[in-house]
Design a protein around this ligand. Structure first.
Ligand code: HEC
Length: 140
């Protein structure tokens, strides 16, 4: 929100500068400059918005890969494999086996606690199961 206010403020300052410039030149030139500056304004705003969206995606991807790195530090390959066995055995009781690659880490985080509870996993099992799913989840 603050970012948007800043962009608008910057654009207002630009327009003010253009207006000052316009007051110093002829009427014919004024018309042309007004049209050009009005035409460019949406372009400026959309460019700023695209940059902001791109940096948000970058931040989200960074947070997710940091999470995977953290899990790989905490859990051995054998423990993650155990997680896979838990997934294969416990997650087919009520529905098909949903592949880890079918969802992003962010999405899995909203599903896992609920499903661990439904599958009646204990704390140790759900931690290994979570480690397996998140290290194999869809990227991005
Ligand atoms: C720990 C293994 C396990 C995994 C992984 C798992 N489930 Fe589910 N699962 C459900 C039901 C019911 C739904 C649909 C309703 C819901 O989302 O709560 C569901 C939905 C899902 C969905 C789709 C949710 C979405 O919003 O996309 C996924 C993915 C999933 N389960 C994964 C009952 C179960 C039961 C039954 C006791 C067990 C065991 C169970 N689930 C174990 C598991």
């Amino acid at each position: 929100m603050f970012h948007v206010v800043k962009i608008v403020k910057q654009n207002v300052e630009r327009v003010e500068a253009i207006c000052l410039f316009l007051s110093l030149i002829s009427t014919d030139m004024k018309k042309r400059f007004t049209i050009i500056s009005l035409a460019l304004l949406p372009l400026l705003i959309s460019q700023c918005a695209t940059k902001k969206a791109a940096s948000d995606d970058g931040v989200a991807a960074g947070v997710e890969s940091a999470k995977v790195a953290e899990i790989k530090k905490q859990y051995s390959e054998a423990q993650i494999q155990e997680g896979m066995t838990i997934w294969q055995n416990s997650c087919v009781k009520c529905h098909k086996l949903f592949e880890p690659e079918s969802r992003t880490i962010a999405k899995w985080e909203t599903i896992l606690p609920n499903m661990s509870m439904r599958a009646k996993l204990n704390q140790d099992q759900s931690a290994k199961f979570r480690a397996y799913i998140l290290t194999h989840a869809k990227l991005g």
